[in-house]
Design a protein around this ligand. Structure first.
Ligand code: TYD
Length: 214
């Protein structure tokens, strides 16, 4: 396996948001998009699973279908990601755009690797293969205790959200472990702060990413 390639050889900037369910990532994605567009960037906002037509079919299967065997689930998320990278993310980065994705491979490492207990290394390697080892320039982890996320989501649960508290606890710990081990590529923000304050922290950090300030 070749070493992971942060998207350095590409002209664009690749930013991922990660975190548990109900952490408020989509609000942050929207606010960051507005900020970057004001700076004059072309911004592509996308998400996983489901950023492409193929991905929307996978999303239905994996989030709203009947039982899916854990390894099949990991492969479906990886298949969505492989197609997403090849048809949408990499071309946008080659054009020099900023790509913001709501979730990327750390979600698989956390939910399938740790939550489903399929093995963090195995799921990481699967996803490095699926993406040609494309890593974000920066990953923002919006961290939230699992109980708080659950309360915010209220009654609506997809297959993953419906998992018990210890599953979501393992997911959170794994996200924090990944982000804490690599502060140059991750920003951890407290998801219990007001959204405006979270955005300021994100904006300040994103402004330091090469190619962003103008
Ligand atoms: P998300 O789209 O963030 O949920 P929603 O739009 O309902 O807020 O994520 C969907 C679910 O899929 C979420 O519970 C996390 C899970 N997931 C994985 O388990 N593995 C993955 O690789 C990805 C991308 C998501």
């Amino acid at each position: 396996m070749s070493e992971p390639e942060p998207s350095l050889s590409l002209r664009g900037v690749f930013i991922a948001f990660e975190g548990g369910d109900g952490a408020g990532k989509s609000t942050q994605v929207r606010l960051l998009r507005e900020y970057l567009e004001e700076l004059g960037h072309t911004v592509v906002v996308t998400r996983e699973p489901g950023g492409t037509t193929f991905g929307r079919t996978v999303r239905e299967l994996v989030l709203h279908g009947d039982h899916v065997a854990p390894r099949a689930e990991a492969l479906l998320f990886a298949a969505d990601r492989a197609h997403h990278v090849e048809t949408l993310i990499r071309p946008a980065l080659e054009r020099g755009d900023v790509v913001i994705t709501d979730r990327y491979m750390d979600s698989s490492i956390a939910y399938q690797g740790a939550g489903r207990d399929l093995g963090v290394e195995e799921v990481r390697d699967l996803n490095l293969w699926a993406t040609g080892a494309l890593l974000p320039t920066l990953t923002v982890l919006v961290d939230l205790p699992a109980e708080v996320g659950r309360t915010r989501r209220q009654g609506v649960h997809d297959r993953l959200e419906a998992e018990p508290a210890d599953f979501h606890g393992a997911v959170r710990d794994l996200f924090l472990g990944l982000a804490g081990a690599d502060p140059t590529r991750y920003l951890i923000v407290d998801g219990e702060l007001p959204p405006g304050q979270i955005h300021e922290l994100v904006r300040d950090r994103v402004a330091t990413v090469p190619g962003v300030a103008r």
